[in-house]
Design a protein around this ligand. Structure first.
Ligand code: 6PG
Length: 248
């Protein structure tokens, strides 16, 4: 394990080991909270193996499903029935089989007329869950926030040089245009909201991630570098994604 700034980097052999390591971290965070648990999921392809594991023994039996609440860090502004919908993927992969419906908190793309309206509604839902309209570092909103990194260094739907990355007051924002595929409008939690967690966990696997990881580790000003937890920030990386000069 290596530390760069406040970030811990954990190398694993391959995507299967990465999913297992991530599942263990999710369970450890849950075990550390005897009350209501909040997990913020992510979209993209990287977390799918983790989601499958969480629905499988021995992990499934170790999760206090009645106390665990599931949110999503960003959403593509498409109907729930669209295969590009992030929460729909998580629901199909594990939540619908395991979690009580009332504990699943999707971004309301169907019920809202625009990404901005969906963002406002989701902000209200998060605030009502949290019990306050201002975030307090002494009371993290999430136990764990899962993240991925895109080829341009975006994370959640916070793209490089977009105004959303500078947002300091709103909890959730509409993003009218995506910087990478799928080119649909997005809704994203902002950096202050995502960072209000006990642990932020990035999952990065595959050789196609090597180029962007090299830039991230060089300290470039990219959304994925700016996303840091007020608690622990952990990057789980597999061998194929390891930048050439990185010795972790
Ligand atoms: C999204 C995601 C996004 C994702 C990265 C990595 O809606 O697309 O939330 O931030 O995590 O783009 O995606 P992959 O896991 O598919 O590489």
């Amino acid at each position: 394990m290596t530390a760069i700034g406040r970030r811990q980097i954990i190398m694993v052999a391959d995507p299967a080991a990465l999913a297992q390591a991530a599942a263990e971290r999710v369970l450890a965070r849950m075990a550390g909270n005897s009350g209501r648990i909040a997990i913020c999921l992510t979209g993209g392809s990287s977390p799918k193996a983790l989601y499958q594991l969480l629905a499988t023994e021995p992990y499934r039996a170790r999760i206090p499903w009645d106390r665990a609440h599931w949110f999503i860090g960003d959403e593509r502004f498409v109907p729930v029935g669209d295969p590009r919908n992030n929460m729909a993927m998580a629901r199909e992969t594990f939540l619908d089989r395991c979690a009580p419906a009332a504990n699943i908190h999707p971004i309301p793309t169907d019920a809202a007329a625009s990404p901005d309206e969906a963002a406002e509604r989701y902000a209200r839902e998060l605030q009502s869950f949290y019990g306050a309209e201002a975030l307090d570092a002494a009371e993290p909103l999430f136990d764990l926030v899962l993240m991925g990194v895109g080829p341009d260094g975006h994370t959640a739907s916070l793209f490089p040089n977009y105004p959303a990355i500078e947002e300091t007051s709103r909890w959730v924002v509409g993003v009218p245009k995506a910087h990478v595929e799928p080119f649909v409008p997005r809704v994203s939690l902002t950096l202050p909201t995502l960072s209000c967690c006990r642990e932020m966990l990035f999952e990065v696997a595959g050789k196609e991630k090597r180029a962007i990881l090299t830039r991230v580790f060089a300290g470039e000003n990219l959304p994925a570098n700016r996303a840091q937890s007020i608690g622990e920030t952990v990057w789980l990386i597999d061998e194929a994604a390891r930048p050439e000069n990185f010795r972790g």
